[in-house]
Design a protein around this ligand. Structure first.
Ligand code: ZN
Length: 310
């Protein structure tokens, strides 16, 4: 195949006459259907969340990707909140954490096994269950170990007594695996539920979107009490939405709600209100562009204040 390359910045008039040029469907292919920008070139089509395809300019495509990622993040956040509410109300839950000291290297450069570890654990009220330094190095080891460190044999029995029968919630699954093994060796069993790791759940609850992509990592909170606090926040913060629902259902009657902003957002709000049974009439969403700005619309929605249950 042979392609003639040309510099797109150098416009060479073609032989096409004005009549044919005016007849070309330029408006449809060159106009961004979101912000109304008139591009010099044909705009790419993008699939929307509603399944329709729209031609968008580069900036609108970027902001649509960000917006879509934020919507997905919000859905995921709700799942994480539900998990956090489940474990914070379960009296058998225990948040446990292992803190290893910085590890030295052997003369050949290999990492030495950690000489000791600090184990912390709290229950579903945040009360301390375990705070204990366990000696992992052998008695002849020259590595420094805190004098209060408990030998592993004794530590296993103590862990079995205090954490036996509980559901372990940890930062990462390695911690849960190690602690569960020690509890078993100490003569008890604990529950390990797949996915009870904040390493996986906390960033999904945070739902940060950066440059149009979701961010799947965050800083580890640290000790068990801090893991617990992070989980309580996950469980509690979206209660703002509950407050809003309570306010909406407080007084019965019909009310006119005016929505002003981006057209897509306005339609989405209308769809959400309709899906939750709040919209009082059968009218479709009818956004009207504001006079001074083609991007901003205004829309009136008639709502039943008592249209929501629970
Ligand atoms: Zn645009």
């Amino acid at each position: 195949m042979r392609l003639d390359l040309y510099d797109s910045l150098q416009s060479t008039p073609t032989a096409t006459g004005a009549e044919r040029l005016l007849a070309a469907p330029v408006d449809r292919t060159h106009t961004c259907s979101r912000c109304g920008a008139h591009s010099e070139r044909v705009l790419a089509e993008y699939k929307q969340r509603d399944g329709n395809r729209r031609r968008l300019c580069v900036e609108c495509a970027r902001s649509m990707r960000s917006h879509a990622a934020q919507c997905e993040a919000a859905d995921e956040r709700a799942l994480q909140t539900a998990w956090a509410r489940e474990v914070t109300t379960d009296p058998t839950s225990a948040w446990a954490h292992l803190h290893y000291p910085p590890r030295g290297r052997t003369t050949s450069g290999r990492l030495r096994p950690p000489p000791y570890v600090l184990v912390t654990a709290v229950d579903h009220t945040g009360a301390l269950l375990v705070r204990m330094t366990i000696r992992l190095a052998g008695l002849r080891s020259t590595e420094e170990v805190p004098t209060a460190a408990v030998p592993l044999e004794k530590a296993r029995r103590q862990l079995a007594r205090r954490l036996g029968g509980r559901r372990l919630i940890t930062w990462e699954s390695d911690h849960a695996h190690t602690i569960a093994k020690w509890i078993r060796e100490g003569g008890a069993e604990c529950r390990r539920v797949d996915g009870d790791t904040l390493y996986y759940r906390l960033p999904r609850w945070r739902g940060i979107v950066r440059d149009g992509n979701r961010v799947y990592e965050c800083l580890p909170p640290g000790r068990a009490d801090r893991l617990y606090v992070a989980t309580v926040r996950m469980a509690a913060l979206p209660e703002l939405a509950d407050d809003a629902r309570a306010w909406l259902t407080a007084g019965p009657g019909r009310t006119r709600v005016e929505v002003t902003g981006d057209e897509e957002a306005a339609r989405r709000i209308h769809a959400v209100l309709r899906a939750t049974g709040i919209v009082a009439d059968d009218a479709e969403a009818a956004p009207v562009p504001l006079d001074d700005s083609p991007v901003v619309v205004t829309m009136a929605v008639f709502c039943d204040r008592d249209g929501v249950a629970g």
